[in-house]
Design a protein around this ligand. Structure first.
Ligand code: CMX
Length: 436
């Protein structure tokens, strides 16, 4: 096995003790106030969840286990010969244990996922039976849920496993699920957009991303590196976002990780969550159709203005938390500058990075006029002839598994209880207001 389980076995008792003490000594201290806005405003900003895998800062962006994402990308060991990127497998090691892996440790995760990657035939049969009109994300979620009989957690639970050991089986499920993902995700791509005949066999010589790229049918060295980067930078985003929170909530009822991750993917499929990258490409495609690949700055400004005048937002710009250019955008742009700086889409995205913030800034109301992660990903994928926008959220989902499943292991390790917020009726709310 990898060193992850042994390392967790050492760390979990310490964390459990800390949590127990904190609860006993400080359990009744107040750390935030619930206002009426909190209740009717989607609980925005309320610190109600514990998440140690990652955190989001308005000025520096996302960090994994205290490492800013840029440092994560720079410091993850390079395990694939000739590759310039660290692997998502190494990132999973970091998210679960809190420590950057050595090259050997990252390699072990790769080997372990290859060993566990044989996808049960009943799952393949289900995917092959799905109509191509079913959205790739709906297929993804269904395929993951149908793997439920594989759950080691359910098996152990039914045999009477002790509560303090649950995490060990959640870990096994998380490892198996990650191992299956490239095959599941690429079968969906092959079935929906190609003739379904692509390879379903994992190549033992390749890593998780290399295999995914290969099974998608895009067997290009640089594309595998793009996948490594993409799968690392989309992995985690604290635990309050819809996909992470959906998994956490479902897991709190002791549903197994397959069901938790399936629920998470239903959330990621939402227009306000994982589908934004698709919107960016639609907007850029229209821009290129209307004013060409090499418009002047004034033409770009006018196109942006026209979008705003038509009552629409500029997709890929703005953020609910960040107040700077999203580091995930910058990391992708650095990749683009190394590999495909002359690509017309890349050139446009790079020019827009300067012009859109000027225009949005002048509106005076946009809290963050800078690009977010979604402003860049589409043109990079298109550069490698990966044009099926409807599929892009599945890529995001494969990456998000790393964060969501790391969080799930820790939630069971720390005995996170079933979530059950109190709801109040509008009448009760009204009475509360008038009592004051
Ligand atoms: N283009 C035009 N107007 C924008 C804008 C943009 N990109 N971003 C914000 N605004 C406007 C808002 O619509 C709002 O206007 P009104 O007061 O007239 O309603 C005003 O600026 C203030 O909004 P905000 O506080 O800056 O932004 P929010 O926190 O409310 O919303 C977000 C954040 C991302 C939904 C918003 O910036 C947006 O719609 N961006 C475009 C879509 C997008 O790129 N989504 C991907 C987000 C990626 C991620 O979350 O990871």
């Amino acid at each position: 096995d990898t060193g992850i389980k042994a390392e967790l076995a050492k760390k979990i008792p310490e964390m459990r003790e800390w949590f127990l003490n904190t609860k006993n000594l400080h359990g009744n201290k107040t750390i935030a106030q619930v206002t009426i806005n909190s209740v009717i405003g989607g609980m925005r900003g309320l610190p109600l969840l514990i998440c140690d895998t990652s955190s989001l800062d308005k000025d520096t962006g996302i960090s994994y286990r205290g490492y800013p994402l840029k440092d994560v990308c720079e410091q993850l060991p390079r395990v694939v010969e000739g590759s310039k990127e660290g692997t998502p497998e190494g990132c999973f090691f970091l998210l679960t244990t809190g420590r950057l892996p050595t090259k050997e440790e990252a390699e072990e995760v790769t080997k372990e996922w290859i060993k566990r990657s044989k996808l049960p035939s009943y799952c393949q049969k289900l995917m092959d039976s799905m109509d191509t009109k079913i959205h790739p994300m709906a297929q993804f979620s269904a395929a993951i849920a149908c793997l439920d009989p594989e759950s080691k957690f359910v098996e152990a639970y039914n045999k009477g496993a002790k509560r303090q050991d649950y995490w060990k089986y959640i870990y096994e499920d998380a490892m198996n699920l990650c191992a299956y993902l490239p095959t599941v995700a690429s079968i969906i791509y092959q079935n929906v957009f190609k003739d379904g005949s692509g390879t379903r066999e994992t190549d033992k010589e390749q890593d998780w991303s290399g295999n995914y790229a290969r099974m998608l049918g895009i067997d290009h060295k640089d594309f595998s590196d793009l996948m490594r980067l993409y799968l690392v930078i989309h992995a985690d985003h604290e635990s309050g976002n819809v996909s992470a929170h959906a998994s956490h909530l479902v897991g709190s009822a002791l549903s197994n990780p397959y069901l938790c991750f399936s629920a998470s993917m239903c959330g990621l499929a939402g227009i306000l969550h994982g589908l934004a990258n698709q919107e960016v490409l639609v907007w850029l495609t229209k821009l290129r159709k209307d004013i060409g690949d090499e418009p002047t700055d004034d033409q770009l400004r006018k196109f942006i203005d026209d979008t705003l005048k038509s009552g629409r937002v500029i997709p890929g710009y703005g953020h609910a938390v960040l107040r700077v250019t999203d580091p995930r955008f910058t990391l992708q742009n650095e990749f683009a500058m190394k590999h495909c700086k002359d690509d017309p889409g890349v050139k446009l995205v790079t020019r827009l990075w300067k012009i859109v913030p000027e225009v949005l800034g002048k509106l005076g109301k946009v809290a963050n006029p800078y690009p977010n992660v979604d402003a860049h990903s589409g043109v990079l994928l298109q550069h490698y002839s990966f044009n099926e926008m409807q599929y892009y959220t599945v890529l995001f989902g494969v990456s998000r598994a790393l964060g969501v499943l790391s969080q799930l292991i820790w939630a069971r390790a720390l005995g996170a209880p079933i979530e059950r917020p109190k709801s109040i009726s509008s009448l009760e709310l009204c009475k509360t207001i008038h009592k004051e």
